[in-house]
Each structure stands twice: as structure tokens, then as C-alpha cells.
Unconditional design. Structure first.
Length: 158
């Protein structure tokens, strides 16, 4: 019988101790964000591989490339693309659906993993800053301003 009273006493003491403790106050400077909003912001800030290039087609040689949407030098609207690889001063691009994050197809380096043809765009003279860790960089970081790539290298311009 003493064992039952002792168990009951311990349980009551635990309930009282845990139930009477005050929760930590919320500091007024803390903000609570919805998880979807946080992930959207983080995703947008994390993309450093998005560029906009001339959408005229293979007959056009204007070579327009920018980190912002707009019109190319020949007057046509720039199209969304993302850098899949940097080779020297050339960006290898996928021009698939906006938001895509495919890579170069492992079995055919002329195509993206989404099936589109890889497009080559020169970064030379564009005013853009980019990572080029060596002859063939897969960091894909392109910016309109100087900075540091995620790999730790300084972005370069040509």
C-alpha cells in the first residue's frame, strides 16, 4: 500500500511541478513567419544561376545577356535561362521552363537533364560577374555585382 501512495505522490508532484512552470516569454522583436513564406524567400535569394538571354533564335548574333528581364539589343524580349556550367568566359544555359534547376545530362553533354539543348552564351564584355573556379566550373554563380561565390572564390568579370 505504501508503494501505491509513494507512486501517487510522485505523480502529483510531477504534475504540479510541470504544470506550474511558466513558459518562456516571447520577445517582442521575434517574428513568426509562415513556413511557405520563408522557403520562397530563401529559394529566391539562393538562386544565383538565373540569367535572361536573347530569344531571337540561332540567326541572331546580338549576344544580349543580363541578370534582369528586359529587351535585348535587337529589341526582342529576353528569355529566362539558368546557368548549368561555366567554361572559360562562356555560360552553358538551359532555357527550359522558368524555375527549372536541371543539370547537364550525364549521357549527352549537349543536352540538359530536362531534354532541352544546352545553349552557349558569352559572358565576355557583358558586365556580369561570375564564378570560374578553373577551366570548367559548376558553381553557376552569376551576378550583376562583384562578390564571392558559394565555393569561396571571388567572382570575376571579363
Amino acid at each position: 500500500m505504501n508503494k501505491n501512495y509513494l507512486t501517487l505522490f510522485v505523480c502529483v508532484a510531477l504534475v504540479v511541478a510541470l504544470g506550474c512552470s511558466e513558459p518562456a516569454p516571447v520577445v517582442e522583436t521575434e517574428t513568426i513567419a509562415e513556413p511557405a513564406a520563408v522557403s520562397t524567400v530563401e529559394t529566391a535569394e539562393a538562386r544565383h544561376d538565373v540569367v535572361y538571354v536573347c530569344g531571337c533564335g540561332p540567326d541572331c548574333n546580338c549576344g544580349s545577356i543580363s541578370t534582369e528581364p528586359g529587351n535585348c539589343d535587337c529589341g526582342t524580349a529576353l528569355v529566362w535561362a539558368h546557368v548549368v556550367k561555366v567554361e572559360g568566359n562562356d555560360a552553358l544555359l538551359c532555357t527550359c521552363a522558368e524555375g527549372c534547376d536541371c543539370t547537364i545530362d550525364a549521357s549527352d553533354d549537349t543536352k540538359c537533364s530536362c531534354g532541352n539543348e544546352v545553349r552557349r552564351a558569352s559572358l565576355e564584355g557583358s558586365g556580369l560577374w561570375f564564378c570560374n573556379c578553373g577551366g570548367s566550373c559548376t558553381c553557376n554563380h552569376v551576378s550583376s555585382e562583384p562578390g564571392v561565390c558559394g565555393c569561396g572564390m571571388d567572382l570575376i568579370t571579363s
